[in-house]
Design a protein around this ligand. Structure first.
Ligand code: ZN
Length: 188
């Protein structure tokens, strides 16, 4: 591995032909993916994701994982979370919040945050501005957006089918701005 690489859950970090999956990673097929936010390390051909990065180092350009905490149109309040995505209870919590304006959700016009995200959704977003200590997010890139969406009716995780997102429990269909790797980071 050359240089230090910061990854977020779902990022492809190597192949099993070259590496063994270690802490903070999982393998699918012969590919190794990160399950934590952190720096990739290679120890004796084993890939690890080390969580060295502190939230204090969040800055413009940093990719974060957060949950949609509240929506006051046209703005979503996002709780910034770092940590394992192996289960919600293992997500690291911290008191940092960021804001996401409807116009920053995706390319093209979005009137309301609720057209694309629902409270509780986990999203991957990029910090694009910090003003007066307020972090402002964007999810318009292909790899940004919901990485885990929850049904607005029953709160069950939603699966991505050919036809779009569908609740695995009640069958409700819904729309989201999803990250392109939504399937890979679906946890269930
Ligand atoms: Zn449902």
């Amino acid at each position: 591995m050359d240089g230090k690489k910061f990854v977020v859950p779902g990022d492809f970090i190597g192949t099993e032909e070259e590496y063994l999956p270690g802490e903070g990673t999982r393998s699918e097929g012969d590919k190794v993916y990160a399950t934590l936010c952190g720096e990739v390390a290679d120890k004796a051909r084993t890939l690890l994701v080390m969580q060295k990065r502190k939230l204090a180092s969040l800055g413009i350009g940093t990719t974060i994982i957060g949950s949609i905490e509240n929506i006051v149109e046209p703005i979503a309040l996002v709780r910034v979370k770092f940590g394992s995505l192996a289960g919600d209870e293992r997500l690291g919590d911290n008191p940092d919040y960021a804001v996401l304006h409807a116009s920053m959700i995706k390319r093209g016009y979005v009137k309301n945050v609720r057209d694309e995200y629902k409270v509780g959704d986990l999203i991957r977003a990029k910090i694009v501005d910090i003003r007066n200590g307020e972090m402002r997010l964007s999810t318009d890139a292909e790899d940004m957006g919901t990485i885990k969406a929850f049904c607005a009716k029953c709160r069950h995780p939603m699966a991505l089918l050919e036809t779009g997102l569908e609740c695995e429990s009640c069958g409700a269909k819904d729309n989201r701005k999803i990250a392109k790797d939504y399937r890979k980071v679906t946890l269930d």
